[in-house]
Ligand binder design. Structure first.
Ligand SMILES: Cc1cc2nc3c(=O)[nH]c(=O)nc-3n(C[C@H](O)[C@H](O)[C@H](O)COP(=O)(O)O)c2cc1C
Length: 261
């Protein structure tokens, strides 16, 4: 049995769900170990000893999340010759989502054995333009992604190196339609998490669940520190709908994530 190390970041569970699904589908050959890159400590040994690494992350404005970028750069010296598969999750479009991290890994010498995009439910709950799907509609979207996961895993097992998002047109579209503008938005919003003090009841749920410890309790209310990674976990979790980030109004509906089986 070979070892599969899954390195993932997931704000609201979609990417973790796909990562776990891929582990099951690759189980005939690989024994999997999962690592949340925002929470795990030193991952040197995990990278060194694995036969295959799966890197999984959600896309934000056709760019990978900050914790995933930091993870790939931090272990720059370990990717040389490493077999890496990439799974990127998105609501509907990224252009070259998987390749954003794939290009960096390649630069560090990784052998990219496959890359795929998985359309999953939207979690950007405070933007009216992108509706939130929970319940039955969510199930349909996830079912399509599950089929894609099945095909992706089969390709990896057969050694077929199809790499979604790696073509020049995908690169151009990802950059010109989104990433070019995204960097400014990301930099601006990092310290613009808005917590409505009148709504916040100080339950501490967001403080406990923030993957990068960007929230603290101050005078009985939640308060951001300025290092938000835009994952939307707190926006979707807050029982009082008190948190807003990219949008200007609190979410009408929050993304509840994929129900546990
Ligand atoms: C700040 C932010 C930006 C996003 N940008 C995009 C995007 O450019 N294209 C897209 O299709 N989905 C976008 N999404 C949707 C997420 O990528 C998608 O819902 C993803 O599956 C969430 O994964 P997670 O539950 O593992 O965090 C964005 C979500 C957030 C929070």
């Amino acid at each position: 049995m070979q070892t599969l190390a899954v390195f993932y970041f997931s704000g609201t569970g979609n990417t973790r769900y796909i990562a776990q699904l891929l582990c099951e589908k690759l189980a005939s050959r690989y024994k999997a170990e999962l690592y949340d890159v925002a929470e795990a400590g030193d991952l040197t040994n995990a990278i060194k000893k694995c036969d295959l690494a799966l890197v999984a992350f959600p896309i934000y404005g056709s760019a990978p999340p900050i914790p995933m970028r930091k993870f790939v750069h931090r272990y720059a010296g370990l990717w040389k010759g490493k077999r890496v598969a990439i799974a990127e999750t998105q609501y509907f479009f990224s252009g070259d989502g998987a390749a954003t991290i794939g290009r960096t890994l390649k630069k560090y010498g990784a052998d990219i054995v496959g890359a795929e995009h998985f359309n999953m439910p939207n979690n950007l709950a405070d933007c009216k333009a992108f509706p939130i799907k929970n319940g039955g509609e969510l199930k349909k979207a996830v079912a399509r992604a599950e089929k894609r996961a099945d095909a992706f895993a089969r390709r990896i097992l057969r050694g077929k190196k199809k790499k979604r998002g790696f073509s020049l047109p995908s690169h151009a579209v990802g950059y010109l339609c989104q990433r070019k503008f995204w960097w400014k938005c990301e930099a601006e919003k990092r310290n613009k998490l808005k917590i409505n003090a009148a709504r916040c009841v100080g339950c501490g749920k967001c403080v406990k669940q923030c993957p990068v410890q960007n929230l603290v309790k101050k005078d009985g209310k939640a308060a951001p520190l300025g290092g938000c990674v835009l994952c939307y976990r707190c926006v979707n979790l807050c029982p009082m709908k008190a948190i807003t980030l990219v949008g200007s109004e609190p979410p009408r509906e929050q993304y509840r994530g994929i129900p546990k089986q």
